[in-house]
Design a protein around this ligand. Structure first.
Ligand SMILES: [Zn+2]
Length: 364
């Protein structure tokens, strides 16, 4: 089969289309014909490499996959039949793999499993014609969602759900600041925060260079339900957050969701009210920050780290998308044959929502 593969870390020239043997499903595994793949920031890290982190190269990238069940390994047919799934079924793949038998796994804390992995990061992902996954990672695709929409769901929505619902425990009536409102996770977070009944402040970059319309991302964030949108290139965000909070008669945000990292950490932390919760799932601008512990204990703040989430929570998120309570936002759809362009687009931070690849032209 044709596949995109990263054999060594580096720039886009290290993302190569190759011919590899089609994988065969083992016991309790299934072979899925890939229809669509959602791109994530994680794919960029796999390509570039991360200091002091080992990726098992060569790897096929692509974590968020939607496709069709094509072949089943021993025991899989019976297991999937119990969920009304079989050959030909359209499925979404749960990107997080874990042992399924340890205490964290059995408590629904999959990312704490010592053998936790992610498709496209610790084993081959979906930027290929086919992929093999454990049957535990297979979810029925809702009929009223397109394969493109489904590939935009897993990582961003599971990550945002875990951060807001499980970690920060955002409640109705609270105020949340969500940084980088156009990113996949933040788009999901804005929708989830509104669903929970919170007031949402978000920051967006300018799209001026791309479209000539400076406020394009502002409008898109407002359309998602954000109550107040800040163009951080125009105004220092903390000043604008404080001005808005004052208009609400409030002194700080209850929750800040920030995956930008070093560039925003200090000012983000200062946006919190007493007892506020800071939750992070990434550090795209760098992970080294300094922290004055006095601010942490005097203001009773909580710092919460989060990675991915449980398989069960992804099923809940997909149900909410099926009921149109959550609406995946697609920025760009490209054929998988043009994967480097998709990487380029994500690198340049031009996106609002997800970049999704379709398998249509991979055989050309
Ligand atoms: Zn486990």
């Amino acid at each position: 089969m044709k596949a995109w593969r990263i054999s060594e870390h580096g720039d886009l020239t290290h993302l190569k289309q190759v011919e590899v043997p089609s994988p065969a499903p083992g016991p309790m595994e299934a072979l899925v014909q890939v229809k669509t793949v959602g791109l994530n920031h994680l794919d960029l890290w796999v390509l570039r490499g991360v200091a002091d982190h080992h990726f098992p190269l060569p790897l096929i990238p692509g974590c968020d996959v939607c496709g069709t069940l094509e072949a089943l390994g021993p025991g899989s047919e019976e297991a999937l039949a119990k969920r009304q799934l079989g050959l030909g079924s359209e499925v979404i793949l749960n990107p997080g793999t874990s042992c399924g038998g340890c205490e964290p796994c059995l408590n629904g804390l999959d990312p704490l499993c010592r053998s936790y992995g992610i498709l496209g990061e610790t084993q081959d992902g979906g930027c290929a014609e086919k992929i093999v996954v454990p049957v535990a990672n297979i979810i029925q695709k809702p009929g009223n969602l397109s394969a493109i929409e489904c590939a935009a769901l897993p990582i961003p929505y599971l990550t945002a759900w875990t951060m807001l619902v499980r970690k920060a425990q955002l409640r109705a009536g609270e105020i949340i600041l969500i940084q980088a409102g156009g990113s996949g996770v933040s788009v999901a977070a804005i929708q989830i925060a509104k669903l929970l009944g919170a007031t949402v402040i978000t920051t967006v970059g300018s799209t001026g260079e791309l479209t000539g319309k400076l406020n394009d991302k502002v409008k898109k964030a407002q359309a998602l339900g954000a109550d107040h949108v800040i163009e951080y290139s125009q105004t220092p965000f903390r000043e604008e957050v404080q001005r808005y909070l004052k208009s609400l008669g409030k002194k700080g945000c209850d929750v800040v969701l920030d995956h930008i990292g070093a560039d925003t950490f200090q000012e983000s932390l200062k946006c919190l009210t007493w007892g506020g919760r800071f939750v992070t799932c990434g550090a795209t601008s760098g992970g080294e920050v300094s922290l004055d512990l006095k601010a942490l204990f005097f203001k009773n703040l909580s710092l919460l780290g989060s990675t991915m989430g449980s398989k069960g929570d992804l099923i809940r998120v997909i149900e909410l998308a099926q009921k149109k309570k959550l609406q995946p936002v697609i920025d760009t759809v490209l054929p998988l044959s043009r994967l480097p362009e998709a990487f380029e687009r994500l690198t340049q931070r031009k996106v609002f929502g997800k970049v999704v690849l379709t398998s249509d032209e991979i055989n050309l």
